[in-house]
Design a protein around this ligand. Structure first.
Ligand code: UD1
Length: 312
């Protein structure tokens, strides 16, 4: 019987966590509704028990949680612009789905839920780096939805004693991130386009910055969060990031080096709902989990380009 459940197991982050658990020899169950997850992402995860299901259906949640000890909740519609186009859809798949999952987890006797939070909860405040005690200030429907999920985690820890751990991710990138959607993360889009010799478009002046976080760091943080003592992490929220930032213009230049692209970027209108700068303070995850990044931005980007070059 599986001990770990990964929601969004056919998505970029979910499949990466599942792969790491399987590698450790764990018994893993995954669930995905394939709205944004891909069947091809399940390749290599054959040892995982898989449920095609939707967390908006409480019965699917109950089935997924049966016998499980620890849940990694990665399922979401992860995009700011998607949420601007369809706020109700984002709410359904990020908030309702999360609440359904928590209800089912509690009923099934799950011990711990590790939740994929988002740096977008901080919003567009000028203070950097972002520290956990700052008041949230979400400016997009996506940020509101991910923050609501966090608050449900906290409430279930307080009220029912479920061990919830919220990890606020900062712009995760790496192998298996979908580069084809209108809503794809910027690095996936840029890698694909630049490797194909196509001009990428920077929205705005390119001086916006992000704390881009390579996937291996996120997987590492999740495994630490699953293993950390209850007294230290239950009911807590912390940033999970690299702890350094890079502008899009600078990122473009590094990508030129790695991809061999020798053109210029196009510049388009700034995106609605975008924030200007993002940088995490990662001391709390260091203190509570013993976390520090294991792959830096430049090395992560190099590995990512190689993956898109050879595998996608
Ligand atoms: C936000 C959240 C992040 C969340 C992610 C999910 C913040 C700080 N981060 O990321 O936690 O996981 O949504 O999607 O709010 N861009 C271009 N050209 C493109 C595509 C994007 O210039 O072709 C720009 C965007 O306008 C933005 C930056 O690149 O300024 C990053 O965009 P994106 O990768 O979509 O992520 P965020 O919106 O920062």
């Amino acid at each position: 019987m599986a001990k770990f459940l990964v929601t969004g197991a056919a998505g970029f982050i979910g499949r990466s966590i599942a792969a790491a658990l399987l590698e450790r020899g764990e018994a893993v169950r995954g669930i995905d509704n394939f709205i944004t997850g891909k069947r091809s992402n399940l390749a290599g995860l054959e040892a995982m028990e898989f449920i095609e299901g939707d967390l908006t259906d409480p019965e699917h949640c109950a089935l997924a949680c049966e016998g499980i000890e620890i849940v990694f909740h990665e399922a979401a519609l992860a995009s700011v612009p998607r949420s601007v186009a369809d706020p109700a859809g984002t709410n359904l798949h990020c908030v309702t789905a999360t609440l359904n999952l928590l209800v089912a987890a509690r009923a099934a006797g799950v011990r711990r839920v590790v939740y994929a939070g988002s740096s977008s909860a901080y919003g567009d405040t000028p203070t950097l780096p972002k520290q956990e005690e700052m008041l949230p200030n979400p400016i997009s429907p996506y940020a509101v939805a991910k923050l609501a999920g966090e608050q449900y985690m906290r409430a279930f820890a307080r009220v029912y004693g479920l061990e919830t751990v919220v990890l606020r991710y900062f712009n995760v990138f790496g192998p298996f991130q979908d580069p084809t959607s209108h809503y794809s993360g910027v690095l996936a889009v840029f890698c694909r386009r630049m490797l194909a010799g196509e001009q990428p478009t920077i929205f705005g002046d390119g001086e916006q910055s992000r704390d881009f976080t390579y996937i291996d760091n996120v997987v590492h943080g999740n495994l630490l969060a699953a293993d950390a003592p209850k007294e230290r992490v239950a009911g807590q929220m912390m940033n999970l990031a690299t702890g350094s930032r890079c502008t899009l213009n600078e990122t473009f230049r590094i990508l030129c080096e790695f991809t061999g692209y020798n053109g210029q970027p196009a510049y388009g209108a700034a995106r609605s709902g975008d924030i200007r700068d993002s940088l995490a303070d990662i001391h709390l995850a260091g203190k509570l989990l013993g976390y520090s990044p294991i792959v830096d931005f430049r090395e992560g980007l190099r590995r990512t380009v190689e993956w898109y070059r050879t595998c996608s």
